[in-house]
Design a binder for this molecule. Structure first.
Ligand SMILES: Cc1ncc(COP(=O)(O)O)c(C=O)c1O
Length: 415
C-alpha cells in the first residue's frame, strides 16, 4: 500500500502535495498520513476480528502524541517499554486496561507508576524483576497482573540487531526456567501470574519461526495449565515484516492470524499483539532539502539537510529507504551516488546506488517508509534540533510536533 505517490509528477499524500508543505515548514520534517495509519491499524484489527485480541501498538516505533491519539480512537492499546512511553500513552487517552509494559530493565519507579495507574499487564523479563513487581504490589496493597516474557530460543530470520528470541539475546526468561515460576504462588502473592509473552524480533517475513514459537509455547501452556488454568493471556509480540525494498514481500497477516487460530485453543485465551513497524512504517516520510551536490572523481555526493540524527536506521542497521524527489524528473543518471547528511560521521549515509534521479541543489527529496523507528529514534547529535512533524488528514495538514528551538534543546544544561 502506497500512502505517498506521484500525481502529475508531484509527490502527494491524501489530498496534499508535499511541495506545498515545504513552502510553510522548514526542512527536514517528518510527514505522516492519517489515512495510512488508520488503514494499517484496521488491516490488523480485521485479521484478528474473530479472536479476543488486544492490539497494543508498540509505541517505540512512533510515539508522537497525535499518532497515539489517532490510533487510540481506532481502538488501539499500547505496548510501552518505559515510563515515558506509558505517560505518553495515558496522555493520549489510551485505556490503562489496554496497556502492556515490556522491557528488560524497568526501574522500581517505573514499575510503581505502572501499578498505580492500573495497567493491564507487566511483562517480566527476569526472575529478579518478578520479585520486585511482587514487592511493590504488596507495598501498594494490590495484586498486579503479570506476564512472563519467555525466551523461546527461536531465531527469526532478520537483521542480527533486531533479533530477540535467542538465548544469546538479553530478552525474556529462558523457556526451561519458567514452569516452576507459574506454580510458585507462595513467592508471588501480589502477582496474578496469568500471562505468557514472547517477541522473537522485528522485521520477520517468514511465518515459520512464528509457527515454531507457537508450538513451543502451546506445549508449555498445556503443561502449566494441566491441573488449573493459570495462564489466561497469550502475548504474541510484534515483528511483522514490511517491504522496504519493494519486493512484493507483504507479511501474510491473515495467514498469521489463521496460524494463531490453529495453534492455540483461541476460545479459552485472550491474546495480545504488539505491532509497531507494520502500523507506522509506510505512513511517514522524511522530507529533506538538497544543500550541495559534488563529485569525487566518478562518485557523486548529494548532501542533504537531514542526517543520521534525524533518521538513524541506515547508519544503525544498514537499512534501505527508497528516496524520491518531491517533483519527479524524468531523467536519471547512471553514476555511483551517495545521499549523505551533514553529520560528521562517515556512517551518515542515507542511500547508496549506481543510479539516481538527476536532481539539483535546492530541490527536495522524500525518504520513504520512515514512519517507524524514524522520529522516535532521532537525537540531538551534533547539537541539532529535533525536527518538526506534520500530519496530513485529507486536504489538511497540521504540525503535530514543532521544530525544537535551540533554547529548548539546551534548557536542561548547566553552564
Ligand atoms: C517487546 C516488543 N514488542 C513489540 C515490538 C514491535 O516490533 P515491530 O515494530 O517489529 O512490530 C518490539 C520491537 O522490537 C518489542 O521489543
Amino acid at each position: 500500500m502506497n500512502y505517498f505517490d506521484y500525481k502529475d509528477d508531484h509527490l502527494k499524500s491524501e489530498d496534499i502535495f508535499i511541495t506545498n508543505i515545504t513552502k510553510e515548514v522548514h526542512t527536514p520534517f517528518y510527514c505522516y498520513s492519517a489515512k495510512g495509519l488508520k488503514t494499517n491499524f484496521n488491516i490488523l484489527k480485521d485479521a484478528f476480528k474473530d479472536i479476543d485480541t488486544k492490539i497494543c501498538y508498540a509505541t517505540k516505533s512512533n510515539s508522537n502524541l497525535s499518532i497515539l491519539k489517532l490510533l487510540q480512537e481506532e481502538g488501539a492499546g499500547a505496548d510501552v517499554v518505559s515510563v515515558g512511553e506509558l505517560k505518553k500513552s495515558l496522555i493520549a487517552n489510551i485505556d490503562p486496561k489496554n496497556i502492556v509494559f515490556s522491557g528488560v530493565g524497568k526501574t522500581k519507579d517505573e514499575i510503581e507508576y505502572a501499578i498505580v495507574n492500573r495497567i493491564f499487564q507487566i511483562n517480566a523479563e527476569s526472575i529478579s524483576e518478578l520479585y520486585v513487581i511482587n514487592k511493590i504490589a504488596k507495598e501498594l496493597g494490590v495484586v498486579q497482573q503479570v506476564g512472563i516474557r519467555i525466551n523461546p530460543d527461536i531465531i527469526g530470520e532478520t537483521h542480527k540487531n533486531i533479533s530477540t528470541g535467542g538465548l544469546s539475546d538479553k530478552f525474556g526468561i529462558p523457556y526451561s526456567e519458567v514452569k516452576s515460576l507459574y506454580h510458585d504462588k507462595e513467592s508471588f502473592k501480589n502477582i496474578e501470574l496469568s500471562g505468557i509473552a514472547f517477541h522473537i524480533g522485528s522485521q520477520i517475513h517468514d511465518i515459520e519461526p512464528f509457527r515454531n514459537v507457537f508450538i513451543k509455547t502451546n506445549d508449555l501452556i498445556k503443561e502449566i495449565n494441566k491441573s488449573e488454568k493459570i495462564i489466561k493471556t497469550i502475548d504474541l509480540g510484534g515483528g511483522f515484516g514490511v517491504d522496504y525494498e519493494d519486493n512484493h514481500r507483504e507479511f501474510p497477516i491473515q495467514e498469521y492470524a489463521n496460524l494463531v487460530k490453529n495453534s492455540f485453543d483461541t476460545k479459552n485465551f485472550q491474546f495480545i499483539i504488539e505491532p509497531g513497524r507494520s502500523i507506522s512504517w509506510n505512513t511517514g516520510i522524511l522530507v529533506t532539502k538538497i544543500l550541495y551536490i559534488k563529485k569525487h572523481g566518478e562518485k557523486k555526493f548529494i548532501i542533504t539537510d537531514c542526517g543520521m540524527n534525524d533518521l538513524m536506521r541506515p547508519a544503525l542497521y544498514d537499512s534501505y529507504h527508497k528516496i524520491l524527489p518531491l517533483s519527479k524528473t524524468i531523467d536519471s543518471e547512471i553514476i555511483s551516488t551517495d545521499i549523505v547528511g551533514p553529520i560528521c560521521e562517515s556512517t551518515d549515509k542515507l542511500f547508496s546506488s549506481e543510479e539516481f534521479y538527476d536532481v539539483k541543489e535546492g530541490e527536495f527529496l522524500a525518504i520513504l517508509n520512515s514512519g517507524a523507528y524514524g522520529s522516535s529514534m532521532s537525537s540531538n547529535y551534533n547539537a541539532r534540533p529535533l525536527v518538526s512533524e506534520i500530519l496530513i488528514n485529507e486536504d489538511n495538514f497540521t504540525t503535530i510536533r514543532k521544530l525544537q528551538s535551540f533554547e529548548d534543546s539546551i534548557a536542561q544544561e548547566i553552564k
